[in-house]
Design a protein around this ligand. Structure first.
Ligand SMILES: [Zn+2]
Length: 698
C-alpha cells in the first residue's frame, strides 16, 4: 500500500486527519479563511506526495502517529540545504539526537530526544517556506513522521580496490609553480593541444588525447614532451613506489565551480594500468562507480595525489558531478581520506573553487589484457566468435563441459592449486563431526585441501583433472581420476561424501541432478553428504560474499572456493532419468530459473563472460581465469585456450581461460535434492556466496 494513500489517517499525522475533515467546510464566508484552507490543503497534498515519493523511490515508510523521528523533504544536501542551516532551523524545537543528511538526496532525517519535541517541530515546520542560505533559493519543507532514523541501504565505506589518495604530496609552493606553468591563454601557436571543452578547460602534453575516439595518436607525440616542472614530482612518485613506470602523457583539466566531467573509465587500450592525478588549487569530490551500481564519493584534498590501479582503474568509472557545492564531511576538511559517506551523520556542503588537475598516464603499446573483459575495449569483439552457446542437448552439454571445464582445469591446475589453501570452516566442521573411522569420499577433491583435515577418517578423493589428482598424490593423499557422474566406488560403501564446488560445473539440470544421485548412491543408509555450489546471490541478507569483497583480484586469485571438477562426457548413458520426479524437478528448476532471482534470459544464447568480483547477471556463464606462471603446458591443448587478449606477447604473459558455471538460485539446490526419494535434506544453508545442503541417505 502506498503510504498515506487513504488521505486521512492512513499515512498522515492525526492532526491532518482532522484537517481533511475540515476541508468540507470550504463554503465558509471569510475570504481569508478560504485562503488559509486552500493553503493548508496544498500543504497536505504536497506532504502526501512527499510520502509517496519517499516510499516509491527510497523505500522510506512514513507513519501516521507521532514519534521522535521525522523525515524532512526538500531539506537535503541534494537540494542545497547545508547541515549548519538545517541544524539551526531544527534546534529551535528541542534537542536532537541525530541529524542524518544522505548525500545527493533531497531529504534529511532528524531524531529528537522526545516525541513531544518532534511533534513541535512537525507542527511548526511542515509547509514552511525557507530561504536556502547558500543560493538564496526558496524551498518549502514537507515533514512526515518515521519509525526510526536510518538509511535503507548500508553505504559502502571502503575505497575502491586499487585506489589510493596520498595527501600533501606537493608543497603549496610547488603547487603554485605548477599552476603558473600552465599558460591557458597565449600558446595557441605552440603545439600543445588546448581545448575548451563544454564543461572544463583542457590541455595535453606528450600526446594529445582525442575526445572523438577516446584514445591517443600513439605515433604522433606532441613536441616538447611533459613540462620540465613536473619532473621532480614524478621522480618522487617513482621513488616512493606510487608508480612503476614514468608517465609520458599529461592532461591538465581546469574546473570552475559548476563544471565537471562525465563518469568514464580511461580507455584500456590507450593507457597502462597506473593513472595518477594531482589536485591543485582546491579540493573536489570525485564519484567512483562500480558496474553493479554502487557509488563511492571521495574527497580529493588540495595538493593530494589520486592513484588508480587495478580494479579502480579498469572496472570503476570516475567522474565529477557538475555542481557548485560538494557534500563533504563536516568535522574536518580533508584531514583523513575516506569515503564521503563514511559518517553520514556528519555531512555538509562545501563551496567549490577553481580546481586544476594534472593527470599523468603512460601510453599503452600493446593491447590491454586486463581481467575485466566486459569493460575492456582491447578484448571486445575478440571473445565473441569463440564464446560458446548455451547447450541445447546432452551432446552439446558434455562438449561444453569438456572444453570449458575439464580442459581448463587441466591447464590451470598448478596455478589453481596454489590459490586453494585455506579450507572453509563449515566444511572442516562437517568433517570433524564425523565419527572416527568413517569412510569418506571427496568427489571433486581438487588439490586435496580437505583430504587431510581429519586424520581419524579414511578419506579418498577423486577429480576429473589428472593434474589436480597428481597434486593430491604429491601430498600423499589417496586420489584417483574419475567423473562425478560415474564414480567407481561400490554403492552404499561410504559413511559420508563431500562435493565442494563441483556441481555448478554441469551445464544442464539433468546432469546436475545426476551428480547428486550418484553421490547418494555411494552413501550407506544413514550416511551424509555435504554439497556446496556457487550462489547466484553474492549478496545475501545485506552481506556481500567474500567473493565480492575480495580486493586482491588482479593478482593471483580468481575465486576463493573453486576446487576441481570431476566429470567426463556422458557417451553411453541415456537421459538420466525420465521418472515423474525428475520431470517435476526439471520444471521446478525451470521456474526457479525464470523467476526467482531475476537472472536475465540469455537472449542470443551465447554464454556471457562474467567480470570477476561483480554480481551475477546470468545463471549460466563463463568465468575468466587469469593464468599466472607455473602451468603445466601440454602439447596439443593450447588450442583449447581462450585468449581474448591481442598480441602474442600479452597472450604469453597471462593467458585467460574461461570456465563454465551454472550458479544456483536460492532454493534451487535444495529443490533438486528433494526430488530424489533416496535422500532427505538434513540442513540447507548459505555460506560465503554458496548454497549448501547436508543430505542423509534413507
Ligand atoms: Zn582492459
Amino acid at each position: 500500500m502506498t503510504a498515506g494513500g487513504g488521505g486521512a489517517g492512513a499515512g498522515c499525522p492525526p492532526r491532518h486527519g482532522r484537517f481533511l475533515q475540515n476541508t468540507s467546510m470550504e463554503t465558509e464566508t471569510s475570504e481569508d479563511h478560504l485562503k488559509v484552507q486552500k493553503m493548508k490543503k496544498k500543504v497536505l497534498r504536497k506532504q502526501v506526495r512527499a510520502q509517496h515519493t519517499l516510499m516509491r523511490h527510497e523505500g522510506i515508510k512514513c507513519i501516521s502517529h507521532a514519534t521522535q523521528s521525522l523525515v524532512i523533504a526538500n531539506a537535503g544536501l541534494g537540494n542545497g540545504m547545508s547541515r549548519q542551516q538545517l541544524l539551526r532551523i531544527l534546534e529551535e524545537y528541542g534537542a536532537m539526537e541525530t541529524l542524518l543528511m544522505p548525500p545527493n538526496k533531497p531529504y534529511s532525517f532528524v531524531k529528537y530526544r522526545t516525541t513531544e519535541e518532534a511533534n513541535k517541530a512537525f507542527n511548526a515546520l511542515n509547509g514552511k517556506e525557507v530561504t536556502l542560505e547558500d543560493c538564496g533559493q526558496k524551498i518549502v519543507l514537507y515533514i512526515n513522521f518515521v519509525e526510526k532514523v536510518s538509511l535503507q541501504n548500508a553505504v559502502p565505506t571502503s575505497l575502491p580496490p586499487g585506489l589510493m589518495v596520498i595527501e600533501k604530496i606537493i608543497s603549496p609552493e610547488e603547487e603554485r609553480r605548477m599552476l603558473e606553468s600552465i599558460d591557458w591563454k597565449g600558446d595557441e601557436d605552440t603545439q600543445n593541444a588546448q581545448k575548451t571543452l563544454k564543461h572544463r578547460r583542457v590541455k595535453h602534453f606528450g600526446y594529445e588525447f582525442r575526445y572523438d575516439n577516446n584514445n591517443v595518436d600513439k605515433d604522433k607525440p606532441l613536441p616538447g614532451g611533459l613540462p620540465e616542472i613536473c619532473n621532480p614530482f614524478l621522480e618522487k612518485c617513482l621513488k616512493q613506489g606510487y608508480i612503476k613506470h614514468k608517465p609520458d602523457q599529461l592532461t591538465v583539466n581546469q574546473y570552475e565551480p559548476g563544471q565537471g566531467i562525465p563518469p568514464h573509465t580511461d580507455t584500456h587500450s590507450a593507457f597502462e594500468d597506473e593513472i595518477i592525478s594531482l589536485s591543485l588549487g582546491a579540493e573536489i569530490v570525485m564519484d567512483f562507480k562500480h558496474p553493479d551500481g554502487h557509488t563511492v564519493a571521495i574527497l580529493l584534498p588540495r595538493c593530494s595525489l589520486l592513484v588508480m590501479t587495478g580494479e579502480s582503474r579498469y572496472l570503476w568509472t570516475h567522474g565529477i558531478t557538475p555542481r557548485k557545492y560538494d557534500v563533504i564531511q563536516a568535522s574536518e576538511l580533508g584531514h583523513k581520506v575516506r569515503t564521503i559517506t563514511a559518517d553520514v551523520g556528519d555531512l555538509t556542503l562545501n563551496r567549490r573553487e577553481t580546481r586544476t588537475s594534472f593527470t599523468f598516464r603512460k601510453v599503452r603499446r600493446s593491447p590491454c589484457n586486463c581481467i575485466y573483459p566486459s569493460v575492456c575495449d582491447s578484448q571486445k569483439g575478440q571473445q565473441r566468435p569463440v564464446q560458446p552457446s548455451f547447450p541445447q542437448n546432452e551432446m552439446e552439454a558434455s562438449k561444453l563441459e569438456q572444453e570449458y571445464v575439464h580442459k581448463v582445469y587441466e591447464e590451470i591446475a598448478t596455478h589453481f592449486s596454489s590459490t586453494r589453501h585455506s579450507p572453509w570452516p563449515q566444511i572442516v566442521e562437517f568433517l570433524r563431526s564425523l565419527p572416527a573411522g568413517s569412510i569418506v569420499a571427496d568427489i571433486g577433491c581438487g588439490n586435496g585441501k580437505y583430504l587431510g583435515i581429519n586424520k581419524d577418517l579414511y578419506m579418498v578423493g577423486c577429480d576429473r583433472s589428472k593434474n589436480l589428482v597428481d597434486i593430491c598424490g604429491e601430498k600423499h593423499f589417496q586420489a584417483f581420476v574419475c567423473d562425478a557422474l560415474s564414480v567407481p566406488i561400490r554403492s552404499g560403501s561410504c559413511d559420508a561424501c563431500i562435493s565442494i564446488a563441483v556441481i555448478h560445473h554441469f551445464s544442464t539440470a539433468e546432469r546436475r541432478l545426476a551428480t547428486i544421485r550418484e553421490l547418494a548412491r555411494l552413501l550407506r543408509p544413514g550416511g551424509t553428504a555435504l554439497i556446496y555450489v556457487w550462489a547466484m546471490e553474492q549478496e545475501y541478507k545485506n552481506q556481500k560474499s567474500k567473493y565480492l569483497k575480495e580486493k586482491n583480484d588482479s593478482k593471483n586469485k580468481d575465486k576463493e572456493m573453486n576446487t576441481g571438477t570431476t566429470q567426463r562426457p556422458l557417451s553411453d548413458q541415456g537421459p538420466v532419468n525420465s521418472s515423474q520426479d525428475s520431470a517435476w524437478s526439471d520444471q521446478l528448476l525451470k521456474d526457479l530459473k525464470d523467476e526467482s532471482c531475476g537472472a536475465k534470459p540469455v537472449a542470443d544464447l551465447r554464454l556471457p563472460v562474467h567480470t570477476n568480483r561483480t554480481s551475477f547477471h546470468s545463471q549460466d556463464l563463463l568465468v575468466p581465469w587469469h593464468l599466472k606462471g607455473g602451468t603445466k603446458k601440454k602439447e596439443g591443448s593450447v588450442d583449447t585456450v581462450l585468449v581474448p587478449g591481442g598480441s602474442k606477447e600479452s597472450q604469453e604473459l597471462s593467458p585467460v581461460f574461461h570456465r563454465y558455471y551454472h550458479v544456483f538460485c536460492e532454493g534451487e539446490l535444495e529443490a533438486v535434492c528433494r526430488s530424489l526419494d533416496c535422500v532427505r535434506v538434513q540442513k540447507s544453508y548459505y555460506d560465503q556466496g554458496n548454497w549448501c545442503v547436508i543430505l542423509e541417505k534413507l
